[in-house]
Write a protein of this length. Structure first.
Length: 190
């Protein structure tokens, strides 16, 4: 259940800024939400049938979100081919969370945050460069594309760190508090 709440947080973080007529500047819960969702997809290191269904459901929900935003918010035509790489990235981040964060630690969550934000920055901007007409298809054009995207990368890195920190840290903190309270209850009075 917690995994689906993390996914819902990711979806709402993309939709609500537009509904509230605000600008998110790529400050969303996508990366942290996908890492958390992935960490709770299965109980083994392999992708079994149940985990594959969870993965497919997450990608489907995010694909519907992409469709909604593209058609109804941005008012652009929707082309599946323009989103295939993004949908593969969603799946890859869930799998990263499944492999890396089943047993989260500060180091693992930090590595997941950096890998998530950096991979999205690298992949999405090369796709913008290749698929659009905004930048010339030269090395200088690719450099200009990446340079223009640095503020988005910074915000994505910060939002992924905050979201992942909360989604992995708060349950760990709650467990530690419960453990401390349980230990205190079992202590004999002096």
């Amino acid at each position: 259940m917690f995994a689906y709440l993390a996914l819902l947080l990711a979806v709402l973080s993309r939709i609500l800024p537009h509904a509230l007529h605000a600008t998110a500047w790529n400050f969303t819960a996508m990366g942290g939400g996908l890492l958390c969702f992935g960490s709770r997809m299965g109980s083994s290191d392999r992708l079994d049938r149940a985990a594959a269904l969870k993965l497919a459901s997450a990608v489907a929900v995010l694909a519907l979100t992409d469709f909604y935003l593209t058609v109804f918010v941005y008012e652009y035509p929707f082309h599946v081919s323009a989103y295939l790489v993004t949908w593969l990235w969603y799946a890859a981040i869930c799998l990263l969370g499944m492999g890396l964060l089943r047993k989260p630690s500060l180091l693992r969550v930090g590595a997941g945050v950096i890998a998530t934000s950096t991979s999205f920055f690298l992949i999405s901007n090369v796709m913008v460069w290749l698929g659009g007409s905004l930048y010339p298809r030269t090395l200088a054009g690719l450099g200009a594309c990446y340079t223009a995207a640095v503020p988005f990368y910074r915000n994505d890195l910060a939002s992924t760190a905050i979201t992942a920190g909360a989604l992995f840290g708060l349950p760990a903190l709650a467990a530690k508090i419960a453990e401390t309270l349980h230990a205190a209850q079992n202590q004999p009075l002096a």
